[in-house]
Ligand binder design. Structure first.
Ligand SMILES: [Zn+2]
Length: 205
């Protein structure tokens, strides 16, 4: 009935860090022909540790086994990848779709993302500005001089956002989220371009 309403159905692949449980789950989900894609779930430590990274070294061999089983032409989704370098590794392992957790978590902390992949597409950096810091109190420049986001194009300065953060004004997070999402989307646009040009692998070095 969902299919007739043009609603996509995603199957979750469970099993934690247990390769046998994961393989079983992947085989069962792969056999469901009505499924449009797969959410590979449950690699995180939740609760108070929820913003810690998933352990890629433990996850990589399991992902490799899962990808061997799942159909190549359907998207694989992994939620909560909280670092650009981890995202690059997960793409290399076959993940196609991510959520914007990284941009949200950085916004909540009062951090502004900076360029993630350099202009030559050669290097991934995870630099950000902690706009809570008093060093920005009189910094009247925008977050990113070349950034085309709403916040930067309209001249909202680092000093203004620093003031809003210190005054616990909600607008601080709104302005930061515009910038962080824009930067995060740009990161993925660069990844798509590098994939098209067959030069994605250089990001893994
Ligand atoms: Zn910006």
């Amino acid at each position: 009935q969902l299919k007739s309403q043009n609603i996509s159905i995603l199957a979750t692949i469970e099993g934690g860090l247990n390769p046998r449980a994961r393989t079983k789950s992947a085989k069962e989900s792969a056999a469901k022909t009505l499924v449009d894609g797969f959410v590979i779930d449950g690699f995180h430590t939740y609760g108070s540790q929820s913003d810690t990274q998933l352990d890629y070294v433990s996850v990589k061999p399991i992902l490799h086994e899962i990808m061997e089983i799942l159909p190549k032409d359907k998207p694989k989704i992994l939620l909560g990848a909280l670092s650009p370098k981890l995202i690059i590794k997960l793409i290399d392992s076959g993940i196609d779709v991510f959520d914007s957790s990284y941009a949200s978590v950085m916004t909540e902390k009062g951090f502004a993302l900076q360029e993630v992949i350099d202009v030559n597409g050669l290097k991934v950096t995870e630099n950000s500005l902690d706009l809570n810091s008093k060093q920005f109190k009189e910094d009247f420049g925008v977050i990113g001089t070349h950034c085309q986001c709403y916040t930067c194009v309209n001249g909202f300065s680092r000093a203004y956002i620093n003031h809003l953060l210190n005054a616990s004004e909600m607008l601080a997070k709104v302005l930061l989220m515009f910038h962080n999402l824009h930067t995060f989307y740009h990161f993925f646009a660069q990844i798509r371009r590098l994939l098209d040009e067959d030069s994605f692998q250089q990001l893994l070095r």
